[in-house]
Design a protein. Structure first.
Length: 314
């Protein structure tokens, strides 16, 4: 681990830890908070070395060609588009990556430090560089919680059903599902290549899902609600093996106010998505292309550490 990575982790955790201690007080409560939200808990090291016993990953091309806004290879096509709507305080700025792949297993996940566990973080660009990603967005920040079904690159890492999840299948399809109605083993057996556990689901059957502006994701400290006008990251599917990754900037007056959950869903519907899902957002919202930060997190141009990314292999 580099000194730079460690410095970023300490800085983020010092802020979070200090806030929690102030909220929860001294003694056993603060010790619990530090252990739960700040201290590294590595469950699996060298996570990328694990391989699925069922689904096998495709071999990505190493001869792709890139420009500032596009990438083409034998296995993937990516086009990045910046969109600005509204004006003044109502300005919304977002970035769309239109992604087509020849094989769905080219869409992969990577963990910070190549370690699975809680509170392990690094910048999206750093994780992307280590993974050899052409395009990457921040994932679901699985490491902030100890619940949810976590399947990455065909391997089950966690099986604690809790919420509405998203499943990306090796056949290129994508579906919303109720984690509490299944298991990680069943999903892997059915051909699931990736799961994401944040939410809520945004689009089903090409339509905005009703009631999403009042959904709460978790009730734990620091992540009680994802409502209001916020920076957001999400993924949608137009057709099998044809996806859209979207990063909406926000909390920056005159540049981008962010979007509500239903506004975010409408973006995906307008792009032609038949299904879409909300990922971790706020200051975590990040899109990286060819090693360069595409969006402008919180209008400051600075990334915030996250536990995982979803990416397109080169």
């Amino acid at each position: 681990m580099s000194t730079q990575t460690r410095t970023r982790r300490i800085g983020r955790r010092a802020f979070l830890g200090g806030s929690l201690v102030a909220l929860l007080g001294a003694g056993s409560a603060s010790a619990w908070a530090l252990d739960t939200f700040v201290i590294d808990h590595v469950e699996v090291d060298n996570a990328s070395s694990l391989t699925s016993q069922g689904v096998q990953a495709a071999t990505a091309s190493t001869t792709g060609t890139s420009t500032a806004t596009s990438y083409r290879s034998d296995t993937a096509g990516i086009t990045i588009t910046k969109k600005v709507v509204g004006s003044g305080p109502e300005t919304i700025t977002y970035y769309v990556a239109d992604v087509t792949v020849s094989d769905a297993t080219i869409v992969r996940s990577a963990f910070a430090g190549d370690q699975f566990g809680r509170n392990i973080i690094a910048d999206t660009s750093e994780i992307a560089e280590q993974a050899g990603a052409v395009l990457a967005i921040n994932g679901d920040y699985y490491g902030f919680r100890d619940t949810g079904i976590v399947i990455r690159n065909g391997v089950a890492f966690r099986d604690k059903p809790a919420r509405e999840g998203l499943a990306l299948y090796a056949d290129g399809s994508m579906r919303l599902y109720d984690e509490t109605s299944t298991s990680a083993a069943r999903l892997v057996a059915d051909g699931v290549w990736q799961t994401l556990s944040f939410g809520p689901g945004l689009v089903r059957d090409g339509a905005v899902i009703a009631g999403i502006d009042s959904v709460e994701i978790d009730t734990n400290v620091g992540n009680h609600s994802v409502q209001g006008e916020q920076p957001r990251t999400g993924i949608g599917m137009i057709a099998a093996n044809h996806y859209v990754f979207v990063a909406v900037d926000g909390r920056s007056a005159g540049y981008s106010r962010g979007v509500t959950m239903s506004e975010f869903a409408k973006i995906f519907v307008d792009l032609g998505a038949t299904v879409a899902y909300n990922l971790d957002g706020g200051g975590s919202t990040t899109m990286v292309f060819n090693g360069t930060l595409v969006n402008n997190p919180l209008g400051k141009g600075q990334e915030r550490g996250t536990s995982d990314i979803l990416y397109v292999a080169g």
